[in-house]
Design a protein around this ligand. Structure first.
Ligand SMILES: Nc1ncnc2c1ncn2[C@@H]1O[C@H](COP(=O)(O)OP(=O)(O)OP(=O)(O)O)[C@@H](O)[C@H]1O
Ligand SMILES: [Mg+2]
Length: 240
């Protein structure tokens, strides 16, 4: 990790909410190329809201710079095309479509059939489970398999930055470990990761750095290893 690298994503003083209800208050975070950065916080802290803002599904005050471009007023389709891709909370697969068709949907904005085919096979190497089940209807798979499918679909968009909302939610520890291992692989292939997690233990084990969000504000940030040992984090989130 190069700590001097120009950030890939800069969120500067971002505030947002729903209607008249404010949710995010002057959030500032940054993600550098090839980092895994975690965003942690309890229910309702505003994590998903921040991802919606970053995907441009929700308007905001403040500034978002991605890959050197100010994307604050861009459309969701624009930023997706630029490589900012989200794995949504609850996976949101096309339930009645096969695994393979779900993955191909991820590539809908790309050209070059041969490269898309190669990437499809790469996904089946990264997630052998999906390879075995490529013709299965996505909605009939287990929670862990669905999460793999959602991550692979996002990767098929050839993202620069992949944002994953609640990767571990509802999954057994052994599956969560597999997914965490895949994150390391993804990163070594040049994809930067922003991981949103309620499970602070999972997030801090997988990430290089993390931000703690409480009621729409960043209250702590730093290297993940340092935060694991922080008494405030241990007391509030790690049950120590
Ligand atoms: N579509 C919406 N309309 C109105 N309020 C919303 C909407 N979505 C979220 N909120 C409110 O915004 C606040 C932050 O919610 P958000 O979903 O961002 O939290 P979160 O940190 O992702 O929580 P969780 O860990 O439960 O996923 C909550 O008070 C929630 O009730
Ligand atoms: Mg959420």
């Amino acid at each position: 990790m190069n700590t001097n690298a120009t950030p890939l994503l800069q969120v500067q003083g971002v505030s947002a909410g729903y209607g008249l209800m404010p949710v995010l208050h002057e959030i500032s975070i940054e993600v550098r190329p090839s980092e895994i950065v975690a965003l942690v916080g309890s229910n309702g802290a505003g994590k998903t809201t921040l991802l919606r803002v970053l995907s441009r599904l929700l308007p905001c005050a403040g500034r978002i710079v991605f890959g050197g471009t100010d994307i604050t007023t861009r459309t969701p389709d624009d930023v997706f095309g630029q490589g900012l891709v989200q794995v949504p909370e609850g996976r949101q697969l096309f339930d009645r479509m096969s695994v393979q068709d779900n993955l191909l949907m991820g590539a809908y904005r790309r050209h070059g059939k041969a490269q898309i085919r190669r990437d499809l096979e790469r996904m089946y190497t990264l997630f052998p489970r999906l390879g075995e089940r490529r013709w299965q209807i996505a909605g009939s798979m287990s929670g862990g398999e669905q999460q793999m499918c959602a991550m692979a679909r996002a990767l098929m968009a050839a993202p620069t930055l992949m944002m994953i909302d609640e990767m571990s939610l509802g999954l057994a520890p052994v599956i969560v470990q597999q997914l965490t291992d895949v994150l390391a692989d993804i990163r070594s292939n040049g994809v930067t990761v922003l991981l949103v997690e309620q499970d602070v233990q999972v997030a801090l084990s997988a990430a290089d750095r993390a931000y703690v969000i409480e009621t729409g504000r960043v209250t702590l940030s730093g290297p993940a290893r340092q935060l694991i040992d922080d008494p405030a984090v241990q007391q509030a989130y790690l049950g120590v």
